[in-house]
Design a protein around this ligand. Structure first.
Ligand code: HEC
Length: 154
């Protein structure tokens, strides 16, 4: 593992283990993580439109801003929004499966996969290479799906 990869893995596992703030209440954690994913998704949509579908003219600055935003979500310490009691067995307004809490290794794996893919997206966006950005967009999409398949209910 490269040095930055190792650092990231450590940063993420620390983020999962130790909240940066006093714990938010369950409702706020759920709403905040849903907003974070919606925001990431909005930014993924911009990259899809410009780099993948070509519906919108390619603009490197906009692509970099979108990639930065996705990476910011991935690196924000999202683990702090997945506290105990925030799964769907105890709440009606979430799709987080209770399995999330039984499979911490899997949770860490998908979180690290997302962060790695998002950080690479940022790197690629800064080069302005449209084809490479489209390819990395697809990798990020796979990392979203890996977590959804494991932990998000239909
Ligand atoms: C670490 C796991 C994980 C990763 C990575 C992840 N998601 Fe999600 N996503 C979830 C979970 C869990 C929910 C359900 C959250 C809830 O309802 O509390 C969710 C919900 C969503 C939602 C619905 C939000 C809402 O308002 O209910 C969207 C949209 C979404 N994700 C998009 C994405 C995109 C796009 C990516 C990648 C850029 C991504 N997600 C990466 C786990 C993940």
């Amino acid at each position: 593992m490269c040095k930055s990869g190792l650092f990231m893995a450590l940063a993420l596992s620390a983020a999962v283990a130790t909240p940066a703030l006093a714990q938010m209440d369950v409702e706020d954690q759920i709403e905040t993580r849903q907003s974070a994913f919606t925001f990431a998704s909005w930014n993924m949509g911009k990259i899809k439109a410009q780099a993948v579908d070509g519906d919108v003219a390619f603009n490197q600055q906009q692509m970099l801003a979108a990639a930065n935003s996705i990476a910011a979500v991935a690196n924000s310490g999202l683990g702090g929004l997945f506290g105990p009691g925030t799964a769907l067995d105890k709440n009606e307004n979430t799709r987080l499966k209770p399995e999330f809490f039984d499979k911490p290794e899997k949770a860490r794996e998908v979180a690290i996969g997302f962060a790695k893919a998002a950080n690479k997206l940022q790197e690629v966006a800064s080069t302005g290479d449209k084809a490479a950005l489209a390819a990395q967009f697809s990798e990020v999409g796979k990392s979203c799906k890996a977590c959804h398949d494991a932990f998000r209910a239909e």
